[in-house]
Design a protein around this ligand. Structure first.
Ligand code: ZN
Length: 163
């Protein structure tokens, strides 16, 4: 990363840290918080709510992205940046990319998360190894031809919208 071209602003990371810290006392989820920023303004913030919502996908980044999309009325967060106190897990990294966010500023890393008991590294290692470790997840393919029918219908649709 080139320091001179970074638009990083510490004040937004402080909000992400506050979101993460509040979880330690509320118990809503792990110590993770995120902020979506556009044109120097906070669009939305979020914190991990996995335990509170009984939702394993309710990570801080996902919650902030959902709130930002709801606020802006779009699935496309082009032009936004995301601040997060911890390096994004594979799910959140994907969510950030699906949202078309092109810059993410993170604080600590996956090893730091592992040191307090979170499994980000476990998932990254599984992907790095080609998703073959069945002790982590058994991925089996069946019925490719039959499952291609909705793909063919989508490809032929004149009203389809890609994202
Ligand atoms: Zn995550």
């Amino acid at each position: 990363m080139s320091q001179e071209t970074s638009n990083y602003q510490s004040k937004f990371m402080q909000i992400a840290i506050q979101e993460a810290t509040s979880n330690v006392t509320t118990g809503a989820g792990g110590p993770f918080g995120s902020v979506v920023v556009k044109d120097g303004v906070v669009i939305a913030q979020g914190h991990n709510q996995v335990l509170e919502n009984n939702d394993p996908t309710a990570h801080g980044e996902v919650m902030a992205i959902r709130a930002a999309c709801a606020k802006l009325g779009t699935h496309d967060l082009s032009g936004c940046q995301l601040y997060t106190n911890a390096y994004p897990c594979p799910m959140c990294l994907s969510a950030i990319i699906w949202a078309n966010i092109k810059t993410t500023y993170y604080g600590n890393n996956a090893q730091d998360a592992a040191a307090i008991g979170f499994r980000d590294d476990y998932i990254y290692d599984y992907i790095k190894d080609g998703c073959t470790d069945i002790a982590v997840l058994k991925l089996e393919q069946h019925e490719r031809a039959a499952t291609m029918a909705p793909f063919s219908a989508f490809a032929a649709s004149s009203t389809k919208q890609l994202y």
